[in-house]
Design a protein around this ligand. Structure first.
Ligand code: NAD
Length: 265
């Protein structure tokens, strides 16, 4: 089995990463930075987002495992002192034992600017926000005009990203077995002149939405932890991607347990 480790870069994560390499060598796992079967992220959810984007071109053949060095994360469910246990399970996996793989829907983005196009994937969410003033954007669903949005921005999240930024916006928490994307508003303006839906929308996998920039505006597009300033946006198409992201579940950790641990316990 070929593996790669991506750490957050702080002292604890770097030390754990070194421990992991040492154990992996002893257990006969092979380090491969280009074509790993398993990518181990050591740090927090942000490190997993980083790992996802590092291997974005190999999403269909790579599976992820997260070790957290701070508080329990949504994508990082192994504790730092559990690395030897994780290693034994990875060794059994390498020797033919098949662990459960949890596959989660992700979002396909097609960004069209006057200066070019960009197609990419996101694990948590895509947002469109204004750098100065309010965002003015037309939202179409399945090629039909749905609403004209004015406000701070729009967030389009995946089911596994529904517990992140989307949740702070009052969006709903969606189980990742549901293939959908969620559109949530960021401080929309609603009065007698401007009107938006006001609630989050959940689109199924066979639907798509297009967000058209409706004035010359300096925008900030965010894709998970990445920010891209854009001043010539034409539109962004968002839909559930054909590919999914895979997480190796060497032991069960149900989604609702994660939600409870993160927000209620
Ligand atoms: P960060 O360090 O500011 O982390 C933000 C927090 O989001 C962390 O506590 C992290 O554990 C949590 N998080 C990330 N993914 C999650 C998920 N799927 N479910 C539940 N919690 C999750 O920033 P970062 O590490 O660069 O992470 C970028 C993410 O931060 C973005 O994808 C976005 O979801 C989130 N974010 C949240 C808000 C907000 O809630 N107001 C604002 C901006 C960004």
């Amino acid at each position: 089995m070929k593996y790669y480790v991506l750490d957050r870069g702080d002292e604890l994560s770097v030390n754990l990463s070194q421990t992991f390499h040492k154990l992996a060598f002893e257990h006969g796992l092979r380090l491969d930075a280009e074509y790993p079967d398993i990518v181990v992220s050591i740090g927090g959810d942000g490190t997993m987002l980083h790992a996802f984007h590092t291997f974005i071109d190999r999403i269909s053949t790579t599976a992820f495992v997260g070790v957290h060095t701070g508080h329990l994360g949504f994508y990082a469910d192994w504790k730092s002192d559990e690395i030897p246990q994780l290693m034994s399970l990875m060794e059994s996996h390498a020797n033919g034992e098949r662990p459960r793989i949890a596959s989660y829907p992700i979002i396909q983005l097609d960004i069209i600017k006057k200066s070019g196009t960009l197609s990419t994937l996101c694990l948590n969410e895509f947002t469109i926000k204004s750098v100065d003033g309010t965002v003015m954007a037309q939202v179409d669903i399945n090629d039909q005009m749905f609403e004209m949005f004015r406000g701070d921005g729009i967030c389009v999240s995946s089911p596994s990203g529904s517990t992140a930024y989307n949740k702070s916006l009052g969006g709903t928490v969606v189980h990742p077995s549901i293939e959908a994307l969620q559109i949530s508003e960021i401080a929309s303006i609603n009065n007698r002149v401007f009107r938006t839906m006001g609630s989050s929308l959940l689109l199924p996998a066979h639907h798509h939405c297009d967000i058209y920039s409706r004035k010359e505006q300096n925008l900030m597009l965010t894709i998970d932890h990445l920010s891209i300033p854009v001043n010539d946006l034409i539109s962004v198409r968002c839909q559930v991607a054909e590919q999914k992201v895979s997480f190796v579940r060497y032991r069960p950790f149900p989604f609702w347990t994660r939600v409870r641990n993160a927000f209620l316990d």
